[in-house]
Design a protein around this ligand. Structure first.
Ligand code: GLP
Length: 240
């Protein structure tokens, strides 16, 4: 059963989750944070900026959920660039300890297995930050993804490409494929923290938390996890 916290705005949500991450950094010798991209986790990263001075982040490892396939890693909207800009640089993390799946075409065949092996070698993810897509995806696990799936290539749905077109010049520039941690990979994290803000997420949130557990709503996989915290604003909670 997920713990659902409804807060007034995304700044308060960001502060709540940032406090939890600081606790993790202070109490675990080799903490491993599961990072997410998109707009939703940004308030968490912003809140962390003001909270990390005096805390030792030199051992903090991070694993991002996903990456576009075939995008130049230097492209400003590659998830590698986003994680560097929003997380590594402002928080002063060691870039060698923060991984993003490798979306290079040349190595894509074994990139998924390599990534999951690296997560296992790091001791597993302690706290995984999750956003949710309007179609109920987490990471880039689109509807129909297996709950046992591991990190692999997926084809993005038209809806997700439209949703993410705001980060590119046009929808045609949004890559067609991605590499994403699987639902099985995500479920192995010890604590899942799902955030959602705004009315356009309300339906997906309700389906994920209160609907049937179904591959057609990938985020409903969180119902199978024993330690889930969901942080919502009132609009995102409005259909619960
Ligand atoms: C993106 C990401 C997800 C993210 C979701 C919602 O495509 N791959 O990790 O949670 O879609 O994005 P946003 O937070 O911008 O609404």
């Amino acid at each position: 059963m997920a713990e659902v916290v409804i807060v007034e705005n995304k700044e308060i949500a960001g502060a709540l989750v940032a406090d939890e991450i600081v606790r993790l950094i202070d109490t675990v010798a080799e903490p491993v944070l599961g990072l997410a991209t998109g707009s939703t986790p940004l308030p968490v990263y912003e809140a962390l900026r003001g909270r990390l001075s005096g805390h030792d982040v030199s051992h903090l490892r991070g694993f991002a959920l996903d990456e576009y396939v075939g995008i130049d890693p230097e492209h400003p909207e590659s998830y590698r660039s986003v994680i560097t800009r929003e997380v590594i640089e402002p928080l002063g993390l060691d870039p060698a300890l923060i991984r993003v799946p490798n979306g290079a075409i040349e190595t894509i065949q074994h990139a998924g297995d390599d990534y999951d092996a690296a997560i296992v070698a790091a001791g597993g993810v302690d706290l995984q930050i999750l956003g949710i897509g309007t179609d109920g995806h987490i990471g880039f696990n689109e509807p129909g993804s297996s709950f046992a799936s591991t990190t692999r290539i997926k084809t993005l749905t038209e809806q997700t490409r439209k949703d993410n077109a705001r980060f590119f010049d046009s929808v045609h520039d949004v890559p067609q494929h991605c590499i994403t941690q699987g639902l099985g990979t995500i479920l192995r994290a010890r604590h899942l923290v799902l955030l959602a803000f705004g009315e356009n997420k309300a339906r997906a949130v309700a389906a994920a938390l209160e609907g049937p557990i179904s591959a057609m709503v990938p985020a409903s996989a969180v119902q199978l996890h024993a330690h889930v915290t969901v942080v919502l604003d009132e609009a995102a909670a409005s259909e619960l």
